[in-house]
Structures are given as C-alpha cells and as structure tokens.
Write a protein that binds this ligand. Structure first.
Ligand code: AMP
Ligand code: ZN
Length: 462
C-alpha cells in the first residue's frame, strides 16, 4: 500500500485514487523566461520520480505539468532582448525539453500553456463571480475576495488574520482586503492582452493552474505537486479558486518537494547564487553527467532539503559509476526487455517498501547498493538483472555499463589509452617493469584508472 505525505493533512496517508488504478496528477511547471536552474531541476526530477514510481506500481497516470508562458518576467526579458514573447518562450520551451531529456525525465502526458487556455481561465473567473467570490475593481482588474472563501488558509495552516499580520501585504485601494489577489489584470500599454467581458487584459498567475488542471483533469485531482515555496500563496489561492468555483474538493493529496540549497543557502535568482542546469551538465562528462545529476537530486528524500556543491555532485557520480561497474563486471542474466521484477524477492520487497513509504528514495537507493555488494560477493547475474530493473523503475542504470563507466572519452582518446595498455602489456612481458610503471603513470595522468583482472586489463575514467 502506497502512503503519501499530504501537506494539507500534515501526515502520511494511505493513497486511494479517485478512480481505481488511475492517477490524475498536476505539477506546477516553469515560467519560461530563462534556462531553468538546478533548484528547479530538483522539483521537476522529484515529480518525474513520483510519476515513474506510480507507473511501476501499476497505475495508469495522467501527469500534467503546465508552462507559464506569459507573465511580468517574460514580458520584461523579451523587451530587454528585443524579441517577441513568442520567440523567447518557444526558445526556452525547447531548451527546457533538452535539459529535461538530459536528466532522463519522461515527458508529462500534457504540458498545457497558459496562453492556450485563456478562455478556460475567463470561464473560471466567471464562475467565481457568480458565486460571489470575485469582483471587478474600478481599475479594470478582477480580484478574488478571500474573505468569501471559508477555507482560506487551510493549506498553509494560517487564518486570514495571521496571514495579514505575517505577510505585511501592501494596502491597495482597489482591493476590498489586502490579501485579495488578482485573477485578471487590466491591459497596460505594450503588453500582451486578450479581450474579455472585463475589458482587455491578461490572467493572473494563480488562475492558470486552476483553469488548466480543470481542463485537463477535471474538478478533483488525486495529486498536486510543486516546490515547497508554492504552498503560500500560490497553492492556497489555487484551492480558493478551484473549490470556490466548483464546490468540490480540489486536491486529495498535496505533495511539496523541499528546496535545493547552494552552499547551505537557498538557491534563487534574487540571491544571485544560481547555476543553470545546462551549465552544470556542460561541466560534467557528457555520457555520465545527466544521470549523475539525476542521481544526486534523488538520493535524498524529497521532503529533505539538499545541498548543492561540486564535491557532493562528484561523489554522487562516483556512486552511480560504482553501480554501473557492478553491471559491467557481472552482466545481467536476462535482457532488460525479457526481465520481470519478482516483487517477492527480499531485495525487491525492501525497495518496494521504501518507495511505498512516501517515495523514500534514500532507502530505495540503499537497496541498490546492497545489491551491488551481492553482485561482487557472489558474481550473481540474477542480482545484476534485479539491480538494473529496480534502478530502471526510477530512470537509472539503463545505459550500456561499459560505455557508461568509461565516460565520454573520445574514440581517439580511447584508442590511445588502449594502445598504452597494450604497450604496458608488452613492457611487462619483456620484464621492463620500469617502462610498465612509467606507462601506468602516463595513463593515470590522463585521469584513467586501470583495473587488472583475470580477463586482462580494463580501464575507466577516474
Ligand atoms: P519558478 O520558475 O520560480 O516558478 O519555479 C518553478 C518550480 O521550481 C517551482 O515548483 C518552485 O517551487 C521550484 N523551485 C524554485 N527554486 C527551487 C529550489 N531552490 N529548489 C527546489 N525547487 C525550486
Ligand atoms: Zn500552479
């Protein structure tokens, strides 16, 4: 039985989907004005892991992750670059897909864009107005009246009065209450805008997710995810909008991923301590980099903060290489296509239990390392097949092990190293041990580690 920590209930709960065997999952996606950073990558990768595990557990999952393709930051960046919003967002969406692919993420079932759902948003705003929860103001904006929604604050665990005191929201003459938030913004000159019964304007950010989740998945979702920071105000406002319009529960399980910090400080654009995912990937070995970053991002539990440093990333890469080394040394008994996991196997069972306990990847990874130990101890192809398959449920260990362990050494470099190894063998045969040692040092200086085994000498990048 899968148990999920529900941020709304503040506890782990048994997971029961609305429709047996099916999961409707929505995750807040990116605002596409720039390349995404390694902190965004954590949240995206966590929900890719959740998606993969739900599928491995036998669910038919519809996974929707939106794209915010109109907002202040996009407008400002497009103006600064002297390009249209469309050109900027198209380029950034392509880059997002490239980077997500490099991190071995599956594409969501749908990636709705805000600009393609303006009518759905206006429809929802209309429903809220009918229910007395939205009001047009004199300045042409339309606001949500938070005091008209009795459950406001239930996700963040605060009353409206606490929130008012805590947030120090600026008083705005057009709002009835300082916490009221904008659903529709009146058009400003030189900004993109759409026609509506409220006049020309563009949607607020929060309404996007309520409208697109309704369009794609219906009024009630099984799982809604996002980064921890989105609980307030974004998700609180989504609840107010969706439940305020439909009168039905919006989300059964709220999941929030903890942050990635940079040298123990929050990574964010405003602090200026941001590394884009592509910057990080480009500094790593081209063959190992994507999977190594994925491994680094998932090896802690998703509700624990993780710290990004170059050393920790390299350590994660080394750990992943060690799993691949086991698969290279003892090839799995059966091809991946013909293999089915026997969940009654004790290792498989432990892996399953860990993942069923609120997606505990830290514990699940420990099982992978135990299997690596078994493979080395018993040279067991059956354990190797299980390791590859369990890793595969989370998007790992599907590359060719020998090629992965070797890394992206260019074919020419590989040939040079092979030639040096052959020369060393010759030197040894000729009992010229000084020469053999000299060659060994030369190979080492290239960042290559030699492993002398029964079947000859193999090598890998350090
Ligand atoms: P944004 O583009 O800022 O709206 O963020 C997109 C997603 O990335 C949201 O789900 C955020 O919660 C998440 N996010 C932003 N910064 C971080 C971080 N440092 N660590 C983890 N997730 C983050
Ligand atoms: Zn959202």
């Amino acid at each position: 039985m899968l148990r999920i920590h529900n941020s709304l209930a503040r506890e782990k709960q048994a997971f029961t989907p609305i429709e047996p065997g099916k999961v409707r999952m929505y995750v807040c996606g990116l605002t596409v004005y720039d390349y995404f950073h390694i902190g965004n990558a954590r949240t995206l990768t966590v929900f890719d892991m959740v998606y993969r595990w739900l599928r491995a557990a036998g669910y038919d999952v519809k996974y929707v992750r939106n794209i915010t393709d109109v907002d202040d930051k996009i407008i400002e960046r497009a103006n600064r670059n002297g390009e249209t919003i469309e050109t900027l967002t198209t380029r950034m969406i392509d880059a997002m897909h490239e980077d997500c692919d490099r991190l071995l993420m599956l594409r969501p079932s749908a990636e709705p864009r805000a600009t393609q759902h303006i009518d759905d948003m206006l429809g929802l705003i209309g429903d809220l107005e009918k229910n007395g929860r939205a009001y047009p103001a004199a300045n042409g904006d339309v606001y949500y009246a938070v005091r008209e929604f009795p459950g406001y604050g239930k996700l963040s665990g605060k009353s409206i009065d606490d929130l008012r005191a805590g947030e120090r929201v600026a008083v705005d003459g057009h709002k009835r209450d300082p916490l009221d938030f904008v659903l529709w913004k009146a058009a400003k000159p030189h900004e993109p805008h759409w026609c509506s019964c409220y006049g020309e304007g563009r949607p607020g950010w929060h309404i996007e997710c309520s409208a697109m989740s309704r369009a794609e998945l219906g009024d009630t979702l099984d799982i809604h995810g996002g980064g921890w920071d989105l609980q307030f105000p974004h998700h609180e406002n989504e609840i107010a909008q969706s439940e305020g319009a439909s009168g039905k529960p919006f989300v059964n399980y709220w999941m929030h991923a903890a942050f990635l910090n940079m040298d123990n400080e929050k990574m964010s654009k405003s602090l200026g301590n941001v590394f884009t995912t592509r910057e990080v990937l480009n500094k790593l070995d081209a063959v190992q980099g994507g999977e190594a970053v994925r491994f680094f991002l998932l090896r802690g539990h998703y509700r624990s903060e993780i710290n990004y440093t170059w050393d920790l990333l390299q350590e994660a890469r080394g750990a992943l290489v060690s799993l691949y080394t086991a698969l290279r040394d003892v090839p799995p008994a059966v091809s991946a296509a013909d293999y089915r996991i026997d969940w009654a196997d004790p290792h498989a069972r432990r892996f399953h239990d860990a993942m069923s306990d609120d997606f505990n990847t830290a514990m699940a990874f420990a099982v992978l390392f135990d299997l690596r130990g078994e493979i080395h101890r018993h040279r067991s192809p059956a354990h190797a097949a299980l390791l590859r398959a369990l890793g595969g449920t989370l998007g790992f260990l599907q590359a060719d092990p020998a090629a992965f362990v070797q890394g992206a050494a260019q074919a020419s470099e590989a040939a040079e190293i092979e030639a040096l190894i052959a020369a060393r063998v010759q030197a040894k045969k000729a009992r010229d041990f000084a020469e053999a040692d000299r060659i060994r040092d030369e190979i080492k200086a290239r960042g290559v580690i030699l492993e002398d085994g029964a079947g000859g000498t193999t090598w890998r990048k350090a």
